[in-house]
Design a protein around this ligand. Structure first.
Ligand SMILES: C[S@@+](CC[C@H](N)C(=O)[O-])C[C@H]1O[C@@H](n2cnc3c(N)ncnc32)[C@H](O)[C@@H]1O
Length: 317
C-alpha cells in the first residue's frame, strides 16, 4: 500500500518550516543513530527538527513495512478488529497502516514516550484526516502497562530500542493486553530477526498461535547464518531524495516480523523466503514449511505456475 499523499504533504510542509539545511543535518543524525542499533533504552529521536526529519525520511519506509506485514497477517486471522493500540507509535506509521487496511477499525490509541513524536503524530492524524478516531497517549512501555486491552496491538521498530530484559517484559505485557492479534515489526537485520525470535519464543510459551509469517510453531528452521526478513517498497519524494541522497525513485525497506493471535488461526502451508528465480518454463521458490526449508520447482504444467510467476518473497504459496 502506498504512503498516503495527504500525509506526505502534511509531513513535508511541516518539516520544511525548519529549513532545508537544518533538516538535512537532522536527517543525517537520525540515520546515524539508527545505524548504531544501540538497544540501550536511550531516546534516539527527539526535538522538532529531528522528529520532522524522522517523519520525512523514515516514516514512509516503516509504513510500507508495517502495511505489508499487516496485510499478510490479516489473511490468516478471521477475528474482528475494532480497537487498536500502536505502541512506540513514533509519528504514527503503524496506526495509519491499520486505519487504512482494517475497515472495521473504530478506535486507535497511539502510545509514545517522546513528546515531540506524540505532538507531531497527533498533528499529522488531525491535519491529514486519518479515517478513524485517534487519540495519543504518553507511555513508557518499560515502566507502565497499557491501561486497557485491544483487538490489535502493533509495535513497529520499537523493540530494538529496548534492552534485552525490557524487551522480554514488554512483549509479555503487550500480549497480556492483546485480545486478538499482536503484530511486531523490526528492521530486517540479524539483530531485528533475533528480537523477533525472542518475541516468538515468549509468545508461543504464552499459548499464542502464529498467524504470520511462520507456517508452523516449531523452532525456526533457518540456518545460523540466515535470518527471516522481507522487503517492502516505498516511493521516494523529491525531499526524501534531497535529505537521504541518491536518485532512485523508491527504497526497499527490509523488515522482520511476527503476528501472534489468541486462539486458533490459519497459517500458510509455505511462505516464500527469497525473491523467486524465474527461468524459461520454470520458477524456483525457496520456501519455509512446517517441516523445514525447501527449494520448490514450479514448471509450466503446474497449476501453481501463474501464481508463482506473480509472487514475491513474503507471499504464501
Ligand atoms: C524507530 S521509532 C518507530 C516509530 C513508529 N512505530 C514507526 O514504525 O515509524 C521507535 C519509537 O519507539 C519509541 N519508544 C522507544 N522506547 C519506548 C518505550 N520504552 N516506551 C514507549 N515508546 C518507546 C521511540 O520514542 C520512537 O518514537
Amino acid at each position: 500500500m502506498q504512503f498516503p499523499e495527504e500525509l506526505r504533504t502534511t509531513a513535508e510542509n511541516y518539516a520544511m518550516t525548519f529549513g532545508i539545511n537544518r533538516l538535512t543535518k537532522s536527517a543525517a543524525e537520525v540515520s546515524a543513530k539508527y545505524r548504531e542499533e544501540r538497544a540501550d533504552g536511550t531516546e534516539l529521536v527527539s526535538g522538532g527538527a529531528g522528529t520532522a526529519a524522522y517523519a520525512v525520511t523514515r516514516m514512509p519506509a516503516t509504513f510500507a513495512a508495517v502495511s505489508c506485514a499487516l496485510e499478510h497477517a490479516l489473511m490468516h486471522y478471521g477475528g474482528d478488529i475494532v480497537s487498536c493500540a500502536d505502541v512506540g507509535a513514533g509519528t504514527g506509521a503503524a496506526g495509519w497502516a491499520a486505519s487504512l487496511l482494517i475497515e472495521s477499525l473504530e478506535t486507535l490509541h497511539c502510545y509514545e514516550r517522546v513528546q515531540s513524536m506524540r505532538e507531531l503524530g497527533e498533528r499529522f492524524m488531525r491535519e491529514a484526516e486519518i479515517p478513524v478516531s485517534a487519540e495519543w497517549r504518553s507511555l513508557d512501555i518499560t515502566k507502565n502497562e497499557l491501561p486497557q486491552s485491544y483487538d490489535l496491538i502493533t509495535a513497529a521498530y520499537v523493540l530494538n530500542e529496548l534492552t534485552d530484559t525490557d524487551r522480554a517484559r514488554a512483549v509479555s505485557s503487550l500480549w497480556e493486553k492483546t485480545e486478538g492479534m499482536l503484530l511486531i515489526a523490526e528492521p530486517g537485520t540479524k539483530t531485528g530477526y533475533r528480537n523477533i525470535m525472542q518475541a516468538r519464543r515468549l509468545l508461543l510459551e504464552s499459548g499464542a498461535s502464529i498467524a504470520y509469517p511462520c507456517p508452523g510453531a516449531a523452532e525456526c528452521p533457518l540456518p545460523e547464518d540466515d535470518w527471516c526478513h522481507f522487503t517492502a517498497r516505498a516511493a521516494r519524494s523529491k525531499l526524501h531524495k534531497q535529505l537521504k541522497g541518491g536518485d532512485v525513485p523508491y527504497e526497499d525497506e527490509k523488515f522482520s516480523c511476527i503476528a501472534a493471535v489468541r486462539g486458533s488461526c490459519s497459517p500458510c502451508e509455505r511462505r516464500i523466503l527469497r525473491h523467486p528465480q524465474i527461468a524459461s518454463g520454470m520458477i524456483s521458490l525457496h520456501v519455509c514449511t512446517a517441516s523445514g526449508v525447501e527449494d520448490m520447482k514450479v514448471t509450466k504444467s503446474s497449476k501453481l505456475f501463474k501464481t508463482a510467476r506473480k509472487s514475491a518473497s513474503g507471499d504464501a504459496v
